[in-house]
Write a new protein. Structure first.
Length: 457
């Protein structure tokens, strides 16, 4: 264990849904892998004993991933529980006692952002913040002003290098692998600039609606839920310059430069949609204008990417569930009279499969020199025991590696891009479930059309 490793993990919201579905499985996996051997202190208002808390953890694992008896036994030995309200100083005095000799705790705020202020203030006044890190969940604000206010609250107690803003999407191995593959393969990097690329498109499609999440989603929408955070990260991975070093700050510097090169989205470059039936979902406001689909066009006005349009779309109740990046290259000159070559492309699928593919023009089967499209495909299924996103990001935060976390300036730049258009009353067009969004999406369609992901059988 390195000297910078956190010597305790405290997580607020220990009885919440996120902990139940994601955090307990991640923590057991960390124990099993040998990456967690410090006290884990849950904090919540539940009136539970430590035995009840451990039983809750076991039930979580039985429903989400399974119990590994040896790892769970060790995990139970690390578990502690502090019961109390977040606005009660006695809760934090009890937490200080549970921390004992720990001098470098990591405080994970798996709670709504509205509670950050009171928790951070009491961590400071109780002495629990000394030498500590703080890990916070998205959504990090709902617009630029609220993001700045959350940053202000955190900075009253923690330095920026001690703040870890989780976007679990960055912890997914395929997303991380996209960046690694790009800068370790000359073939890929050789054509990723304006001289060869005609357009870039990113699609995040889900074939389901908002079951059980209507109230949350109705205050969020597709842009805030996945585009401003997840898909901007994918965009940054493909558009950034090579970092001069691979430390977290150099990598994050290059990502921030990408966002700084993007002008705020104009209303003419955005189409919003809502699937028919959304208004009948429990928790959705009558007459809601929240988008369940959004498609946008933007430009990265850097030397590398100037004049290359980037297209992003995301939506619920679409034809498939798939996240994919497509880089279309410029059409080569015509040489054979009967053949107009199609644009070559690179396709990178993040989920549900992991795929890298290149689209090529090859000789047609009749040898007529007309040509036909073919795809050279590399496919990889998740390996057994592969690290889960939350396991990766929690482990990195406790280690002090900020590479996969959003920095203050990145968060604020991302909001700057979408903030003006979110405040405008842009139209919301209806679309049928199991389609690719409203017909009006033609207004922001890439040259040659959207490349709709095809599910694997």
């Amino acid at each position: 264990m390195s000297e910078i490793h956190s010597d305790a993990l405290v997580f607020f919201g220990a009885t919440g849904d996120l902990a139940y579905r994601k955090i307990f499985p991640a923590l057991q996996a960390m124990v099993k892998r040998g990456n967690l051997d410090v006290p884990v202190i849950g904090v919540a208002r539940a009136g539970w004993t430590i035995e009840q808390f451990r039983a809750h953890a076991r039930e979580s694992l039985e429903r989400h991933g399974g119990v590994d008896e040896a790892a769970f036994a060790k995990f139970c030995g690390l578990l502690r529980f502090v019961n109390g309200d977040y606005d009660n100083p006695a809760t934090f005095q009890a937490l200080r006692r549970e921390l004992g000799d720990a001098g470098r705790p990591a405080h994970y705020l798996a709670i709504p952002p509205v509670m950050f202020g009171q928790v951070v203030e009491k961590l400071a006044s109780s002495g629990c913040a000394k030498g500590a890190r703080v890990i916070v969940e998205k959504p990090f604000g709902t617009d630029l002003a609220s993001a700045r206010e959350l940053n202000r609250i955190l900075h009253t107690t923690f330095d920026e290098h001690s703040i870890f803003r989780i976007d679990h999407y960055l912890g997914k191995r395929p997303v991380h692998n996209m960046l690694f593959s790009r800068f370790t393969n000359a073939l890929i990097e050789s054509f990723l600039h304006r001289d060869h690329v005609s357009s870039v498109q990113i699609t995040m499609a889900e074939d389901f609606g908002v079951p059980g999440r209507g109230a949350f989603y109705d205050h969020t929408g597709a842009i805030r839920d996945v585009i401003q955070n997840h898909l901007f990260q994918v965009l940054a991975n493909i558009a950034m310059e090579p970092p001069v070093r691979t430390d977290s700050e150099c990598i994050r510097d290059e990502k921030v430069k990408v966002l700084k090169a993007i002008e705020p989205i104009a209303a003419a470059d955005l189409v919003r949609g809502q699937f028919r039936g959304y208004l009948d979902e429990p928790g959705v406001a009558k007459g809601s204008r929240t988008e369940t689909f959004a498609a946008m066009r933007l430009h990265v006005n850097s030397w590398r990417w100037q004049s290359v349009p980037f297209f992003i779309r995301a939506g619920k109740s679409l034809s498939v569930t798939c996240t994919e990046l497509m880089v279309r290259l410029r059409r080569p000159p015509k040489v054979f009279p009967g053949c107009t070559p199609a644009r070559n492309y690179m396709r990178f699928r993040v989920s549900p499969e992991v795929e890298a593919a290149f689209g090529l023009t090859v000789m047609d089967t009749e040898d007529q020199m007309i040509g036909q499209q073919a795809e050279m495909l590399l496919s990889q299924r998740p390996a057994a025991g592969e690290m889960d996103a939350y396991e990766r990001v929690l482990g990195d935060a406790m280690e002090g590696d900020a590479t996969l976390f959003a920095r203050e300036d990145y968060v604020e730049e991302a909001w700057r891009i979408v903030d003006p258009v979110l405040k405008q009353d842009t139209p919301v067009y209806a679309y049928d479930p199991k389609t690719w969004g409203p017909a009006e999406v033609d207004a922001v369609t890439p040259p040659g059309g959207w490349a709709n992901p095809v599910p694997r059988s």
